[in-house]
Ligand binder design. Structure first.
Ligand code: AR6
Length: 185
């Protein structure tokens, strides 16, 4: 599925985020920034040790206690096709009344802002928080897509944003929600 919002192409695809050739891919990391499972594990495996070295430096200099939920930082992409990795931390789902929607919005918005501030033109997102962190996919996709839409309505410096969904059912959910959130699709 492909949608144009204020000159930026938004694509929803099924795939592996580590295959993407966008300027940056986004990592659904944890506060420690030392790797983990899911997307995080896949990115560090394929990207190689350079990414972890840069994450360690970020911890030492900027975030000694860890990257807070909703914030984003950037490293190079190591051996990945993408030149950069934007690491963000989504919220752990605790029932929905613990600022989960605000924090998930922040994770997307701060990743987009960081990409634009670095002059990047294309960015690929995974479905942040919907794996190990347990955020219900339908609710998370609503936030992901509406945050991107709002961002693009104010800003047209990006050429392309891709949501890379790991399963067919996640892709179908994102497509259904996109039809609701983004008019004229
Ligand atoms: N490409 C695209 N999507 C993927 C890939 C991949 N290679 N691998 C998994 N997914 P998760 P979270 C999907 O758990 O919920 C880690 O251990 C997956 O199916 O990666 O934000 C971190 O270190 C799901 O739909 O991220 C943190 O501790 C989505 O990506 C914690 O998990 C997100 O799943 C973060 O949990």
């Amino acid at each position: 599925m492909e949608i144009i919002i204020n000159k930026t192409k938004l694509r929803l695809i099924r795939g592996d985020i580590t295959d993407q050739e966008t300027d940056a891919i986004v990592n659904a990391a944890n506060s420690g920034l030392m790797g983990g499972g899911g997307v995080d594990g896949a990115i560090h495996r394929r990207g190689g040790p350079k990414i972890l070295e840069e994450c360690k430096k970020i911890r030492q200099s900027e975030w000694p206690k860890g990257l807070p939920t909703g914030k984003a930082v950037i490293t190079t992409g190591g051996n990945l096709k993408a030149s950069f990795v934007i690491h963000t931390v989504g919220p752990i789902w605790r029932g929905g009344n613990n600022k989960e929607p605000e924090l998930l919005t922040d994770a997307y918005r701060n990743s987009l802002k960081l990409a634009v501030s670095k002059g990047l033109k294309s960015i690929a997102f995974p479905s942040i928080s919907t794996g190990a962190y347990g955020y219900p996919i339908w609710k998370a996709s609503l936030i992901a897509l509406s945050t991107v839409k709002e961002f693009l309505e104010k800003e047209n410096k990006l050429d392309e944003i891709i949501f890379v969904l790991f399963s067919q059912s996640d892709l179908e959910t994102y497509k259904d929600v996109a039809k609701e959130v983004i008019p004229n699709v």
